[in-house]
Ligand binder design. Structure first.
Ligand code: ZN
Ligand code: ZN
Ligand code: FE
Length: 762
């Protein structure tokens, strides 16, 4: 008999880790004990050398589903210690908090079987969960994770639940959120003529939805607005009431078979849908009978599968897909509180399905897009947050870094002892409620993780609210602030995610983006940067073009069309030679001489190398979102959808120029105008544009890689959410023998900035 002290770090609490240890120990004839403390789990184990080895191996291979092991260290125990007679789980010991919190997880198969089994005491109980599934981060208020630190604190366990909770052989042993109809949260329905119902709530909600009503349903991370997705009128009603004319609605389908009725499903897409993170997965539509209004002008639909017992019970009753969109008003924060739901959603929802379990951490549904055979997280929230990421070798362990992120897709990141915890997506910080939530969340995370920042990392954009708030925190605590260039952060985030060591290895980063603050005071967004964690060199960029009217040019894409035509061809030349085109006629109706005056004098017309503005300019040239868009990225998203109709029939791209590190679009615009005159199909024009941009990017990358001897390319920035562009470029670069790294678990867009900042600042 030898004795070992086994220490396990990672997400190992509140996920059924100790019972698994207990079971494996008994299997392997090991005696000793296991307990939780602030660092994770510790085991003292005695057994033969062979069984100890098998035990350690099985701990790695067979951890419970929600566990995430960061590290296992084994040291010998003092031989003089008394060997216990059996294996036991002993009470937790306190100390400084180090352990991580699990993310919320979709209902597990065992719980699902229980809620559909009339013999089971949890039959049709919408809050059923166990150590393998259910709410986690959304209900936690303090560490360490136990019931008293969650919004389940007020629900005392009944004797039956208590017995399960105490039994190490039970799936609910120490399941902190466990409950049953006797002792757990309750569901009720309100609305209509002062209606308040507590019986058959789900059946009644199903009926109301089936009749065309809009029902607000409280979920895991916030409320959803729900209606029948097959009902044109209901969908239209929801769009009108939510004042959301175009942005696609997320859908929930009962099962995979139902999803397959509407979209093409790859293996990866199917796996993402069925994962315990249960995100919204954007999938390519097949011809279907759903209202086009669900995702106007797009060729994709975003589906998710039921992830709570309530969803499963509701969908089982309805047998058709439902719209499940976040319950908020445009630009505002997702609603999590019953009172707030009544106050703010009364004009949108006809009825409310409420419950009395408080949502502590507000979490949107996560969004994933399957591209290049990999699910890529576009919006990281429920199910993924707050899973930690260990920064690669070479990152210091000494300093606590608080990285503030960007602005449009607010999120922040804590780095402690070389481990990064990135917050959930919170939306545009320019919304007052969102900004307040962001500030409060920073405080909440600091408290949860016992985190005191030593340094603050901010975007170098002086006007970002995140940067401003970072300076406020730094001043209050009298700690340093470090500015990080936006696109450097985009690239570093991907390097960190892929575990590139901080050993001086450089990559060629291609950051195609909306707008980011450049180090020369202009706005960047079409960048080729030779980078490592410590710095970067701007080797090339898209040619800068003015944004006449500044912010107004982001709002009204036609301004970019005009600026591009004027810059690359000259407006006079366009007027003289293409006066017959509808586009030229349309632009002619705008105050062009004022705009030209502004551009010439440099008045409120910042120049930008942004790829996002190029996509806007071309989209508007084709009549897409000329006067404005109703959601972020709409013009580019519709342009991509249009292009994908013709990608197969068209392989010829528009031309471009590459001169002294500047990629220019003069040939592109000349050929595009010629195509317009020929009355070429808009889909073909869009496809040729995508091919042209892809060719220009790949050619530039190839040349820069050859010159600098680099073979690692990183693609990052919001424009890469464009699947057509991403697949064209990554395929071609790989064919040329380059290693192409793209984000998977963190967003390509500005949601990934905080992690990048955390990986750069020391
Ligand atoms: Zn379960
Ligand atoms: Zn109970
Ligand atoms: Fe960006």
């Amino acid at each position: 008999m030898t004795g070992q002290r086994i220490r396990i770090h990672g997400i190992v609490q509140g996920v059924g880790f100790r019972p698994t240890v207990w079971r494996l120990a008994r299997d392997e004839k090991i005696v000793g004990e296991v307990w939780n403390d602030a660092e994770g789990v510790e085991i003292h184990a005695w057994g033969s050398a062979v069984s100890l080895e098998r035990f350690a191996k099985r701990l790695r291979v067979e951890p419970p589903p929600l566990a995430h092991i960061e590290e296992i260290t084994v040291t010998p125990l003092d031989a003089a210690q008394t060997v216990p007679v059996d294996f036991q789980i002993v009470p937790s010991r306190a100390g400084e908090v180090h352990t991580d919190i699990a993310a919320d997880a979709a209902t597990c198969p065992e719980c699902l079987a229980e809620i559909f089994n009339p013999e089971n005491r949890r039959y049709r109980y919408p809050f059923t969960n166990c150590t393998h599934c259910g709410p986690r981060f959304s209900i936690i208020d303090a560490m360490p994770y136990d019931r008293a630190s969650t919004s389940m604190a007020g629900f005392a366990l009944c004797p039956s639940c208590e017995a399960e909770y105490r039994n190490p052989a039970d799936r609910r042993f120490h399941a902190q959120a466990t409950c049953c109809p006797e002792c757990g949260p309750k569901l009720w329905l309100e609305g209509g003529a002062s209606r308040h119902v507590e019986h058959d709530v789900i059946a009644q909600a199903a009926q109301l939805i089936g009749e065309g009503n809009i029902v607000a349903i409280k979920g895991i991370g916030g409320f959803h607005l729900v209606c029948d997705a097959t009902n044109d009128e209901a969908v239209q009603q929801l769009r009108a009431r939510k004042r959301r004319p175009h942005k696609p609605f997320a859908l929930m389908a009962r099962d995979m078979a139902m999803v397959r009725e509407y979209v093409k499903l790859s293996e990866e897409g199917a796996a993402a849908l069925q994962s315990r993170e249960a995100p919204i997965v954007l999938l390519e539509q097949t011809p279907n009978s759903l209202p086009p209004l669900l995702a106007p002008k797009l060729n994709t639909l975003g589906f998710m599968l039921p992830y709570t017992p309530l969803h499963h019970l509701l969908l089982a009753q309805l047998q058709r897909p439902l719209v499940m969109t976040s319950a908020n008003r445009c630009g505002e924060l997702l609603i999590t509180d019953n009172g707030e739901a009544r106050a703010r959603l009364s004009e949108i929802a006809d009825y409310f399905v409420m419950h009395d379990r408080e949502i502590v951490n507000c979490l949107d549904d996560s969004v994933v897009r399957d591209s290049n055979g990999r699910p890529r997280v576009m919006r990281r929230a429920r199910g993924y947050t707050p899973t930690p990421l260990r920064l690669p070798l070479g990152h210091g362990n000494e300093k606590n870094i608080l990285a503030m992120g960007a602005e449009m897709k607010g999120s922040f990141c804590l780095v402690k002892k070389g481990v990064a915890i990135t917050s959930q997506y919170m939306g545009d910080l320019k919304g007052a409620t969102t900004y307040r939530h962001y500030q409060e969340s920073i405080e909440r995370y600091c408290k949860l993780y016992d985190f005191v920042p030593d340094v603050i990392a901010i975007d170098s954009h002086p006007n970002y609210l995140s940067s401003q708030w970072g300076r406020v925190i730094a001043a209050k605590r009298d700690i340093p602030v470090v500015e990080v260039q936006h696109h450097h952060a985009h690239i570093a985030a991907v390097m960190a995610e892929h575990g590139l060591a901080d050993d001086g290895t450089q990559v060629l980063g291609v950051a195609l983006d909306g707008l980011g603050y450049g180090d020369d005071g202009t706005l960047w967004g079409g960048e080729f940067l030779l980078a490592d964690y410590h710095g970067y060199e701007r080797l090339a960029a898209f040619e800068p073009v003015a944004m006449p009217g500044g912010n107004q040019a982001i709002v009204e894409p036609w301004r970019n069309t005009f600026a591009h035509l004027d810059h690359f061809i000259g407006w006079d030349h366009v007027g003289e030679n293409y006066g017959d085109l509808e586009l030229v006629d349309y632009l002619g109706g705008k105050p062009l001489s004022t705009l030209r005056g502004m551009i010439e004098k440099g008045l409120n017309s910042p120049r930008t190398s942004s790829a996002g503005r190029l996509f806007d300019a071309v989209a508007a040239a084709l009549g897409i979102c000329r006067e404005g868009s109703s959601y972020d990225g709409q013009a580019a998203i519709e342009l991509e959808a249009l292009a994908s109709q013709a990608m197969e029939v068209c392989s010829e791209g528009y031309g471009y120029t590459v001169k002294v590190g500047r990629v220019g679009w003069q040939p592109l615009w000349t050929e595009l105008l010629a195509d317009l005159r020929r009355e070429e199909e808009p889909a073909v024009i869009a496809a040729r544009f995508h091919h042209g941009v892809a060719e220009s990017v790949c050619k530039t990358v190839m040349e820069l890689c050859a010159q600098s001897g680099i073979s690692n390319v990183v693609l990052s920035g919001g424009v890469w959410q464009n699947r057509v562009l991403l697949e064209l470029c990554s395929r071609r670069m790989r064919q040329q023998g380059l290693a192409v790294l793209m984000p998977e678990r963190i967003p390509l867009n500005d949601g990934g900035i905080a992690l990048g900042q955390g990986a750069i600042v020391r």
